[in-house]
Design a protein around this ligand. Sequence first.
Ligand code: ASP
Length: 462
Amino acid sequence: MKRIIIKNLHDHVDEEVIIAGWVDVRRDQGKMVFFDFRDTSGKVQGVVLPGSEAMDRAKELRPEWVVEVKGKVNKRPGKAAKSGVLNGDIELEVLGITVLNEAKTPPFEITEDTKDIDELVRFKYRYLDLRTERMQKNIKTRSEFVRKCREFLFKDDFTEIETPLLTESTPEGSRDFVVPSRLNPGKFYALPQSPQQYKQLLMTAGFEKYFQTARALRDEDLRADRGFEHTQIDIEISFVNMEEVMNKTEEMIVKTVESMGYIIKEKPFPRVTYKEAMEKYGDDKFDLRTEEDKENGVLAYAWVVEFPFFEKTDDGKWTFSHNPFSMPIPEHVEWLLEGKNIEQIIAQQYDLVCNGFETGGGSIRAHKREILEATYKVMGNTKEETEEKVGHMLEAFDYGTPPHGGIALGVERNVMNLTGEDGLREVQAFPMTRGGQPSVMEGPTEIKKEQLREYGLEVKKK
Ligand code: ASP
């Protein structure tokens, strides 16, 4: 007999079937034993009737044991049918039980929301935490969101291309994670803060429409909506202007979330300039929802545009506010090239905000040498320093790089809004603790002396 998935049991009323999964709950009523059995598709009640051959086994079973159960699918008699509960109208009359694996008592209840359980315990036993209903739903919602975005992009002739993880620093305003090179002792790779430079090089390479579900690694202070690692739907397109990138992104988001049953507060997404946002909300990420919208899970998207290209660092120098590879608006190109009115230069940059989070951001890029050179000059670099940092990009621009622009959407922040969660760790399968320790495994750990020697490294103990 073939295993039937629990959510499909409805198609097998009055038949004998086999299911496999976990014991969710056991209610021993003496003469009869009731169970809730669970697989990834749902739950179903099982009943072991007096005199059943399965009774001895049934008495032994404990929550979280893995079982294969043979049973007959019965319609639940009249009143007993629980309305609103998946499979509330059927139950499995248990005829035989095979134990596939036993389980220790879990450190927390799998049948309850684990929100209030200590993070260290939840993450040490993340595989158990992930069994809970809320976490199963969150991870599946994430999968569906990413799938629908990808399907949209494939339909629109985008090419999905992976870019390297071991590479050179790409500035996104955070510290890099670095990896020592065994072949070049004393030298380090940087893990990408984003695929920014590679996706631009793919435009030079003539792909025209690129996307990737990309991992980005940033060594920055951990917050509820920030981790060392996140995933972004990373997009780049050739021969486009700002409007076209924003419209395409908006179309993808609308199609994706509406097909998942969500309600969007306003379409087309309202557009707010950075200046207006700061004046009105005191922040460039804001929440346009009313209390009622919040209760109803409404998604309030908005675009923020007209960002200043540069901002002052603490020591009075200029740095990029969003992305050094951006293009100024056409009226301000001259200013950038001449290095004047720096504080007034507006970038062709757009951020997507939703329910108080920055859920995406992108820009039209510099595709000519003189623009990027001028940007680096404003940021205080000599010609040599610019050459050293982005010489490879300048060179690529010299070989027929088309005008281009793109965007990256943060998967976690988007899915937080879909699921109503307020932390990105609730929508990642194996997140890090706020102290930077990975789920389930130890880390960071020391490495062996031999390894250090191979890397040409020495660790100074404080
Ligand atoms: N590279 C930017 C980021 O990761 C996104 C973009 O401009 O496409 O935030």
